[in-house]
Design a protein around this ligand. Structure first.
Ligand code: PLP
Ligand code: TYF
Length: 397
């Protein structure tokens, strides 16, 4: 039976990780996979996480099953982190949340949930988007289509084109929006644009799915969720797929959440029963560790302060290097303008260089960036920024 199988290509981003590991050049730079790195190029466990893990080791009393929705305290804390403490949707008891294995698990659960709502739903994603979005929704048997988003020429948003496209999407379809730190472009909507999109969603009646994988990496925990909170206060139904991989640095512990907002409390109970049925049919119950860590941190004011400080430090470092990178590249690459890097948010921006130049960076300089020219700004440090900017100047000459 297995002999029928044809080999499939690997994920290009994860492939870069392996190629980087195997490279013996001492000057090599990894700007590929979206993982935060400190000045030394490490991705350390956050101090707040270590403290919470110590607490857990000392206090865990059982390894019994945790239930379909996972850790309920974690689910509640995530709703508050995403929506803010006194959001009207929370006060009206319209939100139901399941702990999921990472943001990816959340998206996969959401895809099955959408399929149960409407077998014929089309999911609309930004051009471009995180490649996994497309495969995750297609894996659930949904059709995926794209709407204009990033302007590769002007390095901004194609907002008018986006508005035109969204204005044609009917009720029964789903529109995926990145809450902040758009992957891969770094280009986010401003407050006015969020309001416009919300108005279109209300007029058209389509359902919005918000993917929030970088809360706290853009401007602040609250600012990065402002668009999501606006939508949640003005539309009847919303799906939120969140991840603690980046902001808690819990990547390999696979911790995220899928939150469904319904039109009222009783509709929310129905949605919840379907959400949990989907969970049961995929993995039954999520693993406990990551959720315990997050709920321990968010239950302690001391650990929450520690986490906020560590998150602020990560964001500040990224933003510092956005500015430095812009300066160095503008300085060294004559006739090119990299000021867009400073206007974008989160770990990613497209350099806007071509395939051949990207290949030269890898072959001649051991600088690894994704084939779309997406760079992870967190991979830049004081130690490598000149080497990087000189290499970009050389290949773009
Ligand atoms: N959504 C986006 C846009 C992402 O970039 C990622 C990956 O980092 C995820 C979701 C899911 O991340 P994870 O499954 O590691 O929590
Ligand atoms: O885009 C990124 O780099 C992150 C990490 O299959 C990632 O979102 C990349 C590929 C993948 C899973 C996670």
């Amino acid at each position: 039976m297995f002999s029928q199988l044809k080999p499939l290509p690997t994920d290009p981003i994860l492939g870069l990780m392996a190629a980087f590991k195997a490279d013996t050049n001492a000057n090599k730079i990894d700007l590929g996979v979206g993982v935060y790195k400190d000045e030394q190029g490490n991705t350390p466990v956050l101090k707040a996480v270590k403290k919470a893990e110590e607490f857990r080791l000392a206090n865990e009393t059982s390894k019994s099953y945790i239930g379909l929705a996972g850790n309920l305290d974690y689910c509640q804390k995530m709703e508050e982190l995403l929506l803010g403490n006194a959001h009207p949707a929370l006060l009206a008891n319209r939100v139901r949340t399941a702990q999921t294995p990472g943001g990816t698990g959340s998206l996969r659960v959401a895809a099955e949930f959408i399929k149960r709502c409407n077998d014929n739903a089309t999911v609309w994603v930004t051009t471009p988007t995180w490649a996994n979005h497309i495969s995750l929704f297609e894996a659930a048997g949904l059709t995926v289509k794209e709407y204009p988003y990033y302007d590769y020429e002007k390095k901004g948003l194609l907002f008018d084109e986006m508005v035109n496209a969204l204005s044609q999407i009917p009720a029964g379809d789903v529109v995926l929006l990145h809450a902040c730190c758009h992957n891969p472009s770094g280009m986010d909507l401003n407050a006015e644009q969020w309001q416009t999109v919300t108005d279109i969603a209300k007029a058209q009646g389509f359902t919005v799915l918000i993917d929030i994988a970088y809360q706290g990496f853009g401007t602040s925990l609250d600012e990065d969720a402002a668009g999501l909170r606006l939508l949640a206060s003005q539309v009847e139904e919303l799906i939120i797929c969140s991840s603690c991989s980046k902001n808690f640095g819990l990547y390999r512990d696979r911790i995220g959440a899928c939150s469904i907002i319904s039109k009222d409390a009783s509709a929310a109970d129905v949605s919840n029963s379907v959400l949990l049925s989907v969970v049961r049919s995929i993995y039954s119950m999520p693993p406990a560790h990551g959720a315990d860590i997050v709920s321990t941190i968010l239950s302690s004011s001391e650990l929450t302060t520690m986490w906020h400080d560590e998150l602020d430090e990560m964001r500040s470092r990224i933003n510092e290097f956005r500015s430095l990178l812009k300066e160095k590249l503008n300085d060294k690459c004559h006739g090119m303008d990299f000021s867009f890097i400073e206007r974008q948010h989160g770990m990613f921006s497209f350099l806007g260089i071509n395939k051949e130049q990207i290949e030269r960076l890898q072959k001649e300089y051991s600088i690894y960036i994704v084939g779309s020219s997406r760079v992870n700004v967190a991979g830049i440090s004081h130690a490598n920024i000149d080497y990087f900017a000189d290499a970009v100047a050389e290949v773009t000459k």
